[in-house]
Ligand binder design. Sequence first.
Ligand code: NAP
Length: 287
Amino acid sequence: MPPEAPPGTRLLALLGDPVAHSLSPRLHGAALAALRLDGAYLPLRCDARDLEGLLIGIARAGGAGNVTVPHKERAARLVEDALPAVRRTGACNTFWLEGGRVRGDNTDVPGFADALAAWQPGRGAERVLVLGAGGAAAAVLAALLERPGVRITLVNRTAERARALVARLDAADRVALAGLDTLRGERFDLVVNATSLGLLPGERPPFRFDGSIEVRSAFDLVYARGATDWVRDALSAGVPAIDGTEMLLRQAAHAFARWWRVAPPLDVMRRALDATVPAMEGPGPIA
Ligand code: NAP
């Protein structure tokens, strides 16, 4: 048990809006039960005005938590000790008290890196096409840029947002900006959907697996039981593909390890997730 944890039950909160359909309470609940840790993980819907009081107050009371849409950027500015992943991406999804200060991390970064490494072990130098330039794309880029030799092409509906992300990451030498129509005939080892498109049935990110841009694998950050429509499209076209379930699991495991300073029970958490990821016809899942 970390020294900052209070005697009795420790509050772990998910701060965001909406949070009602989050899978994190079940994921962390299963891990807490398996390790017999005295904690309660609760979704707390909150607006921007209440974020500071809740985040700082919960941490100072010995609790900890996650932050989700739309507060990750604000949380990055609120934490007193922002770890490098937060400073790099400008987003914080995990907080806790350490050494008397409220510390923040962005576990989407190692979450994506771990999920990719588990799926494609030993892969290094690659050409990667990333769709999207929001918070999730920032985590994906930060993780990919840790891999020596990776070259990235970034496509986003709003070009200015993509430019700002590359500038923030100081990565203009390794990240090229493009529109999909300019990439015909190009080849990539991996395409990553980091847009929010694909949460609803029938909705797809703009990239099509029609061969006009050649890809060897596809990673969808969106997740759904039995895979998203975009992952199904990839598999039908003979392109190996995974959805965001493993990343969700891995980012939660990293958060758990920071809060409790013990190895997370990954298999227990995976089983809990497998049982709860909604099918695409259900409500949109939220990390
Ligand atoms: P965000 O900051 O709101 O960014 C959304 C992105 O999607 C932006 O690039 C946006 O483009 C693009 N987009 C939205 N609607 C579009 C449209 N109609 N046409 C083209 N582009 C569109 O969201 P986020 O936090 O990055 O999250 C993105 C996704 O990642 C969500 O589905 C989230 O659930 C998922 N995610 C998964 C995990 C996991 O563990 N698996 C972790 C984090 C996030 P503009 O810039 O042009 O608006």
